[in-house]
Design a protein around this ligand. Structure first.
Ligand code: ADP
Ligand code: MG
Length: 696
């Protein structure tokens, strides 16, 4: 199969719809997809029939409503197409009703108290804007997942609502600029996915990787990433084979995987797709992560999506490239060719600047997980402080507007920001800064704080909603302005002035920046998940998110609980895994090697004479001490978890996890890692960092 033949062969995409639906049904479905028109049941029935026929032809026997509950991964429950026929045989059947709505048992999905167990039912509703696809033998229908009361229990529902909010407000702006042909404004995203590949045999020997996705122990190998010889380096044959296979699987699902390369850390790689509509990009990213893991297994590899699989080695993130575009294909974050387009561009830019400053807390919150806490602020990761990078050129333009001074020698910038046409900002001049959490890269913003295992939904909900809020304020002002041009100019100027503090073009990894950001500029530095989640309950945020109908207040409260609970549970599993590994694997290994050393001493003594036992004595001595320390630290950690379990209040559990459990884990780890450096490789019970990082 050639790539064009292969591409999307497992997707019921526009090509299939056109070919298999009557012109009338196709037109009606298209109205629903493009303009959100309500779909009637007769159309749904025809679509379901065509979908079923296509799926069966392509080997599917089952269908599922595919959704994204708050677990962060996707869920599916398979039902057969099979239905008895009067002649004793079967027919393959699928109705419009089954396509539109499903009723999975919702009781086992996290709801944060939204849904009492006695009304465990939830329902899934078809999202026709994301194409159905076949995975294994199952037709998967992308759906939103809600409670019977209509409250969102998933990640897709708020995302769709936030896209709608942004569309509504952005359209107001476009109308003010006299734009009549645009029907919708769509947000687009291209998430670049980082990951590690390790040998599967080795992976299976480490309970920490299997249970928690990251190493909880491990001394640094003599070689790490210090030579920078991995980044963009030649790809090893086994990894190359994996990437080729992965690309094919993704292409079949219509996912535009485009670029792949080695990342900075050994064994670390990156995959970048071509951008698409936010909700489709979100679905695709979930699928990409799933398929990355599956294909790895086939190649005797394990794909690690954790944000920090190895201490002391770069972590993995997801660069969320975000922009807004009209349905006519105009990127609103791209400077235009005429003064009017430029003014429009600057207004949208100002909206993003204001949004990121006003809602830095929500952006930070949107990426808060136990895993990402290890990464933000560490090597090569953006700091936990949010700031924006605009690049020198754009910065100069904004400064000129702010001070009403001429820009780049051209005559004075006038109202309508008109006289001079803005330069195109290409990547060369804008993407120099890799340390900024929110960087302008020519015609889009790159939000770099998203964790590699996170769904990108939440980050995009918060970006869309905050920008919608800026645009709402701008539209209100402009719609009631007596002099549009004057108001526009002042709006851009005043916004840039008011939000200067969020713009930072220097090195975000510098300690001096954190100091300046927090002390002088008053920017937030929310370093841990419990701190980062709290803003979700602040009045200003509840008000903004509910006023744009992105969340209800009870949905927000439930999400706070779910995410905090997730943090506590994740760390709790890690702590218990450490207890298990230290007791059952590490202590026996250390004691075993001590025994060996003591035997050696005995034997040498038996020989008599002046035989030296210095190494054995010193090492056995230190290892014995370490064994005692490890044993104590294990008990302490175990008791800490017991106390955690007795607290019974989310907020208290979160704080206790951060302040007590994690530090106790670090203490235990330090003793174990030292023991590793003293124990014979033959005795060490699992593959080391060196084995894992350089073993493929
Ligand atoms: P750059 O080299 O400027 O970083 P790339 O072409 O490497 O840009 O793209 C990086 C990621 O950004 C890709 O996933 C790409 O699809 C995505 N991207 C490019 N343009 C946009 C856009 N307008 N909106 C969203 N994502 C985009
Ligand atoms: Mg990038």
């Amino acid at each position: 199969m050639t790539v064009p033949e292969m591409f999307g062969c497992k997707v019921f995409d526009d090509r299939q719809m056109r070919a298999r639906l009557s012109a009338k049904v196709y037109a009606s479905l298209k109205e629903t997809i493009d303009n959100g028109k309500k779909l009637d049941l007769s159309v749904a029935n025809s679509v379901a029939q065509a979908m079923c026929a296509w799926a069966v032809e392509n080997g599917a026997t089952h269908f599922t409503h595919w959704f994204q509950p708050m677990t962060g991964i996707t869920a599916e429950k398979h039902d057969g197409f099979i239905s008895p026929a009067p002649n004793g045989g079967v027919i393959m059947e699928f109705s419009g009703k089954e396509l539109i709505q499903g009723e999975p048992d919702a009781s086992s999905f996290p709801s944060g108290g939204l849904r009492a167990t006695f009304e465990a039912r939830g329902y899934t509703a078809w999202d026709p804007t994301s194409y159905a696809f076949i995975k294994e033998n199952t037709l998967c229908i992308p759906t939103a997942f809600c409670s019977y009361g209509g409250e969102a229990l998933d990640k897709k529902t708020p995302l769709l609502r936030s896209m709608e909010a942004l569309n509504t407000q952005a359209m107001r702006i476009l109308r003010l600029f006299g734009n009549k042909d645009v029907k919708r404004v769509i947000t687009s995203v291209g998430p670049e996915q980082e990951y590690f590949l390790v040998d599967r045999e080795m992976y299976l020997k480490r309970k920490d990787l299997v249970y928690t996705g990251r190493t909880l122990f491990g001394a640094m190998p003599p070689k790490g990433q210090e030579l920078d010889d991995h980044y963009f380096g030649a790809i090893k044959p086994r990894v190359q084979a994996y990437m080729e296979d992965l690309n094919e699987e993704l292409w079949k699902l219509g996912i535009l995987a485009k670029t792949e390369h080695n990342e900075v850390a050994p064994a670390q790689h990156e995959l970048a797709p071509i951008y698409t509509t936010t909700n489709v990009a979100t679905d695709h990213n979930q699928l990409t992560m799933e398929i990355m893991k599956k294909v790895a297994r086939k190649h005797g590899l394990a794909c690690l999506l954790h944000e920090k699989p190895f201490a002391g080695v770069n972590g993995s993130g997801k660069h969320n490239n975000w922009s807004m575009a009209t349905n006519t294909g105009v990127n609103l974050l791209s400077p235009g060719d005429t003064p009017y387009e430029n003014a429009q561009f600057l207004l949208f830019l100002a909206a993003v600047i204001q949004a990121v400053d006003d809602y830095q807390d929500l952006l930070r919150m949107s990426v808060a997980t136990a895993g990402n806490d290890h990464r933000l602020g560490a090597n090569e990761a953006p700091p936990a402080v949010i700031s924006m990078f605009l690049g020198d050129e754009l910065n100069a333009v904004l400064e000129a507007i702010e001070n009403d001074t001429p820009y780049a020698g051209v005559e004075k910038m006038r109202i309508r920001l008109g006289a001079d046409v803005l330069p195109r900002f290409n990547r060369d001049t804008t993407d120099r800064n890799r340390t900024s959490p929110f960087a302008f890269t020519g015609n889009k913003f790159e939000f770099r704080m998203v964790g590699s295992s996170n769904s990108i939904a939440c980050a995009n909900v918060m970006i869309n909603a905050s920008v919608a809020e800026s645009l709402r304020q701008f539209s209100d002002a402009l719609e009631s302005a007596e002099d549009f041009d004057k108001c526009l100019h002042e709006l851009i100027r005043d916004t840039v002035k008011a939000h200067r503090r969020i713009i930072f073009n220097g090195n975000g990894y510098d300690d001096a920046w954190i100091e300046e950001a927090t002390c002088e500029r008053g920017l937030l530095n929310l370093r841990t998940t419990p701190d980062a989640l709290r803003p979700l309950l602040e009045e200003k945020n509840i008000h903004m998110l509910t006023s744009h109908k992105v969340y209800t207040e009870s949905e927000l409260r439930s999400r706070y609980e779910i995410q905090l609970e997730n943090y506590v549970r994740t760390v709790r599993i890690e702590a218990l895994t450490m207890v298990d590994m230290a007791r059952k694997d590490i202590l026996p290994a250390v004691v075993g090697y001590c025994e060996k050393l003591l035997c050696s001493i005995e034997r040498k003594k038996a020989v008599g004479g002046a035989v030296s036992c210095g190494y054995e004595t010193r090492t056995a001595g230190r290892l014995s001490t370490l064994a005692d320390r490890i044993d104590e630290a294990v008990s302490v950690l175990e008791n800490t978890v017991k106390t955690l379990d007795s607290l019974g209040d989310y907020a208290a559990e979160g704080d206790y996890t951060r302040d007590e459990v994690l530090p106790k884990m670090a203490e235990l780890r330090a003793f174990c890692d030292e023991a590793e450096t003293l124990t014979s490789a033959e005795y060490w019970p699992f593959p080391t960092y060196g084995d894992l990082l350089f073993g493929v």
